[in-house]
Design a protein around this ligand. Structure first.
Ligand code: NAD
Length: 363
């Protein structure tokens, strides 16, 4: 199969659809891979790296879409790409159709086969192509939170790890899923005193066994969170209620319970945020202050570390990309129910119920 990897053109997106490692595997399976010139540059992968594993470099995005039977990407096509997507072309990327009617209609019109990373789902309900980005975001939230604890950045001046004779910072992690576990592990590894809260008791039991001794578990209620806020230096928001907006676990009136210079890092901002005072921020202006409390609410945290994020994404997508290329999308999806759940639009029809329901459309 001919596989195309265009350069991402969405604002501030530095990742790329596949690393040279992934391309090398696709080449070994006999596929021809076409990479747009400098597509991997911002992730630290040169054209020469791709050529060395068998890829052909094409000069522009139109040439990649024109050549390929399957496009491997990171973000959804943006309006300038809509007309490049062709009938029967497989596009395998993050789409998030439910948030974007124009994109949905454009992909229906294209008659392409749109397979969305975010809806590929294993039988236990987990989303294997979202997990790697959550693993990155949880770790990064702690590193950035620690950075903004510096007084020169508006924080309360606590060094997250403490020093001999001085206690470390206290970190409260709200939500004990993938982001929360990664954040708790990172904070604990840096030496902080960590509390992780969730509403799922079996999950808390598992975290209590798996995480180091400087992580304590707490059942998540408004009362328990209020008790923690006066003694917390950094709060990580990592809750998710599938298919719904994040619950507001810290309201504006609760900010006054915290010490000035406490940092709130709201990773759940892409689902509306779990602090009432959160609004999305960008890597160029990541923080703002409300009542003396520093808010870090970057909506695409993994974008700041594209080298690691692209590699983590490739590790997760590669087996599906190989199956799609080796067998064709129909056979690959017949053989793998997880991949079948990723199919959102085929030949102008929406095939994923939640997306059809949002827009009242199917064909
Ligand atoms: P997950 O489903 O693995 O975990 C969510 C956890 O929240 C679950 O354990 C659930 O029980 C818990 N929860 C639900 N309600 C709660 C409550 N009231 N109190 C405490 N815990 C509660 O999800 P995840 O992969 O960890 O993702 C968390 C959020 O981070 C999602 O909104 C995701 O989209 C977002 N995210 C953001 C970025 C970014 O760049 N900002 C990157 C990756 C993920």
């Amino acid at each position: 199969m001919k596989i195309g990897i265009p350069r991402e053109i969405k604002n501030n997106e530095n990742r790329v659809g596949m690393t040279p490692t992934g391309v090398s595997e696709l080449s070994k399976h006999g596929h021809e891979v076409y990479v747009q010139r400098s597509a991997g540059e911002n992730s630290g992968f040169s054209d020469a790296d791709y050529e060395a594993v068998g890829a052909k470099i094409l000069p522009d995005i139109a040439a990649v879409y024109a050549e390929a039977d399957m496009i491997l990407k990171v973000k959804e096509p943006i309006p300038s790409e809509y007309s490049l997507v062709r009938e029967n072309q497989v596009v395998f990327t993050y789409f998030h159709f439910s948030c974007d009617r124009a994109l949905t209609e454009a992909m229906m019109k294209s008659k392409a086969v749109c397979i969305a990373y975010e809806t590929v789902q294993l039988s236990d309900g987990s989303l294997p192509l979202l997990v790697p980005m959550s693993e990155v975001a949880g770790r990064m939230a702690v590193l950035n939170g620690a950075h903004y604890l510096q007084t020169t950045k508006g924080g309360n001046g606590k060094l997250i790890c403490g020093v001999p004779g001085v206690l470390p910072a206290r970190v409260l992690v709200l939500g004990g899923g993938t982001v929360g576990e990664a954040a708790a592990r990172m904070a604990a590894g840096l030496g902080a005193e960590v509390t992780i809260a969730d509403v799922c008791l079996p999950r808390l039991r598992r975290l209590g066994i798996d995480l180091p001794a400087n992580v304590h578990t707490l059942y998540s209620t408004s009362y328990n969170i209020r008790q923690q806020l006066p003694v917390t230096d950094l709060v990580i928001g990592a809750v998710l209620v599938p298919g719904d907006k994040a619950p507001k676990l810290i309201t504006r009136d609760m900010l006054k319970l915290m010490k000035p210079g406490t940092v709130l890092a709201d990773v759940a901002i892409d689902q509306g945020g779990c602090f009432e005072t959160s609004h999305p921020t960008s890597h160029s202006e990541p923080v703002y202050d409300v009542d003396g409390i520093i808010h870090y609410c970057v909506a695409n945290i993994p974008g700041a570390v594209p080298n690691t994020s692209t590699s983590a994404l490739t590790n997760a997508t590669l087996r599906y990309a190989i199956a799609l290329a080796d067998k064709g999308w129909q056979q690959a999806c017949r053989e793998d129910e997880a991949l079948l759940k990723g199919v959102n639009i085929v030949n102008g029809c929406i095939t994923y119920k939640a997306v059809a329901d949002v827009f009242g459309l199917d064909c």
